[in-house]
Design a protein around this ligand. Sequence first.
Ligand code: UD1
Length: 336
Amino acid sequence: MKVLLTGASGFIGGQVASVLTASGHHVLGLDVRPSADRAGPPVTEADIRDAIAMAEHLAGVDVLVHQAARVGLGVDLDDMPGYADTNVTGTAVLLAAAARAGVRRLVLASSMVVYGEGGYACSAHGDVRPGPRTPEDLQAGRFEPRCPDCGAELTHRRVAEDAPPDPRNAYATTKLAQEHLAATWARETGGAAVALRYHNVYGPGMPRDTPYAGVAAIFRSALARGEAPRVFEDGRQRRDFVHVSDVARANMCAVDATAGLPPGTLRAYNVASGRPRTIGDLAVALATACGGPAPVVTGEFRLGDVRHIVATPDRATRELGFTAHTDLTEGVRSLT
Ligand code: UD1
């Protein structure tokens, strides 16, 4: 199969390139900043916002795997135009070119951030959707979202793919927009699209020393400098950490699955380990693996952060035949 892979030099894209190549696909990698030092197939410099270049590279392609994106939470609102430009305009240009080139199979790198706060239940009101956390609550150390009806404490639930989207920051908004653009592309072309909602991806090759990186990369960079990981809130917020090698394998399964989806549809899948951990646990596991200083719980917070977001990976297991293999304790050893 001839696969066009955008973002092929990125942390995740690089691994996807290697796995797809190893499984016999002919991978054409594109990246706005190709890196010379990565293993895997050669990567051509190209910007997804360049319609002429995209038309040229998409000719004769069977499956488009779109990983290129501006990632992270963003530092402030000045980041907003950049997110919209790369992630929304870039995806729109790419999909329009793919439609013209006759490409009918698409795998899109989406994110769990489309859910916003995960699932919650109130003992009195059942399943509820808490609103955004307020600066006053966070300042006072009230980190857990409360029932919007009675203010009671909630228990968090694992989100499934049919949970309503609720993006809470600029990046999340652009990831959801990408899914909607991909669904439109599928409907209009009769194509088949898979959106992979990555949970918190970690592993070798994570970006370093950038505020746009995920928490595992930030902790790893601190430990490399001999500093303690700084754990925000009370450290009990939960995420699902999934190893990059598992994410790459999920992409391979998704490429195959696009052949069997009904024409004109987009199907979303959580890509998660199914074994949620707290940020405090992650910090301890990393500090232990690196032999670094013990984590510090600071009570700091970021307004764009959600409290808990944990997933059920069942749909991917059932329909893609994908199950994550790497456990966090074992996975952090790949970072030392
Ligand atoms: C992360 C990614 C998001 C990606 C998603 C799924 C970032 C910024 N976020 O979302 O792009 O789509 O995973 O893969 O890349 N924290 C600390 N100390 C720090 C930094 C963060 O304790 O120094 C805490 C945060 O308060 C938060 C948790 O760690 O509670 C996770 O933060 P982070 O990885 O940045 O964001 P996610 O929302 O999980």
